[in-house]
Design a protein around this ligand. Sequence first.
Ligand code: NAD
Length: 502
Amino acid sequence: MTNARRDTALNAIAPHLEAGLGHFINGRSVPGQGPSFDIIDPSTGDKLGRTHDATAEELNQAVAAASAAFPAWSATPGEQRKKILHKVADLIVARADEIAAVECLDAGQAWRFMSKAALRGAENFRYFGDLAPSAADGQSLPTTEHMNVTTRTAIGPVAVITPWNTPFMLSTWKIAPALASGCTVVHKPAEWSPYSARLLVEIAHEAGLPPGVFNAVNGLGETTGKRLTEHPGIKAIAFVGESKTGSAIMRQGSETLKRVHFELGGKNPVVVFEDADLERALDATVFMIYSLNGQRCTSSSRLLVQRSIYDAFVARLTTRVKNLKVGDPFDPATEVGPLIHQRHFDKVASYAAIAQQDGARIAAGGMPCPRAGKGYFFQPTLFVDADQSMRIAQEEIFGPVLTVIPFTDEADAIAKANDVEYGLAGYLWTNDVGRALRVSGALQVGMVWVNSENVRHLATPFGGTKSSGIGRDGGDWSFDFYMETKNIALAFGHHKIQRLGV
Ligand code: NAD
């Protein structure tokens, strides 16, 4: 079964192996003319294939196609857009196993999570497709003198730039609402995991998306990504990635006054009080940091545990972490797969020495996996007895690495939870309703889950505060970003107008 899935993934990328993965512009595959670079299999460290950095000319063609397609697509009735987006969802479901297999191969993510992630990609298209017919709806805000009516129209061609951690699902999350609102798209997936984005753009065209509405270019951030964000034909940038890349993109887009939507890094606290259901808290803590190889923006990478239960909780946690199954991403039993790339592996691995220098203790892991070979497997790692001043408590490590910090009481928990530059998500475990309300109100984050792991409901706002982002995704919040709002004031005809020069 494991080998069959690997073969499925290899078959899916086979058409791109000889010439290298090119671009998809104006409804057709375009071979890349720019310099090529290798794509690496994270499980083996071997070359998987290669792709091409888009040339300036190729990028211009993609933006020109998105610009030419914009008037017709934005004028397409919402019901029609809905039909096409539903068809995209159906085709994703039909090819979910293939998509999941490509994610396992290209991004090193474990099958047990990727099979669901592909289906969540379909859900994104279905959900935003359903909202397409009402995306332009506005409000009526009458006064005694005027009837004010608001309307919304798609902003124009947009850039969508995505990272490598769950490439397919994250791309659908941005592209589905953009298309539903009537925008056209130029997508640049991450250079370390570009294959599933190619499946997505092909599926979208098979579903009947007109040429030029959705284009995909490959390439490096500093060249293709930069040109895309600077391009005057692009009206807004939906970006998911690191906080420092977000700053660069804001600078790059400033000359042309682009609207930006940023989903950036996190150092999310999970706060466990002594009165919590500790069994469930333990399950959720382990799941939220070690699933997806810890390469997850909403991972609970800082565990704050009340001092009174600290030793017992950490002992049980240590046993669970040592028990995690690291292995081949295609094996359904695997819980933790390889990190994405040698550069990322080196970064994650470097924190073991940093933790010890700063005075924390390594209770589990901290080393490359014995089974590593040339793959980028790192042991699930647990740093305990840490404090907020340490780098392991402040910096986003983005690997299967958890930092545990004790706290004394509610005020101490809140102070420690907020003592980071990030503010994406917070997780809170307590059976005291008043405390749940007080602490969730005080956390400086965009999202709080109480007595739960991260469970996403697409109608709710998703996004971060502080260095974790700008803007919200989900429900109507997505349309606010991809659309312009206009107010039309119609006089009832009897209000007094000042008469000058009479
Ligand atoms: P990254 O910022 O290095 O790259 C993300 C994308 O930006 C890639 O496609 C890259 O090519 C492109 N890019 C890089 N430099 C650019 C530039 N100057 N101009 C334009 N584009 C550029 O991020 P990554 O390492 O791929 O992903 C990991 C990061 O993503 C983590 O920080 C993680 O927390 C974050 N993330 C956030 C969320 C969220 O919802 N908040 C979700 C997933 C990942």
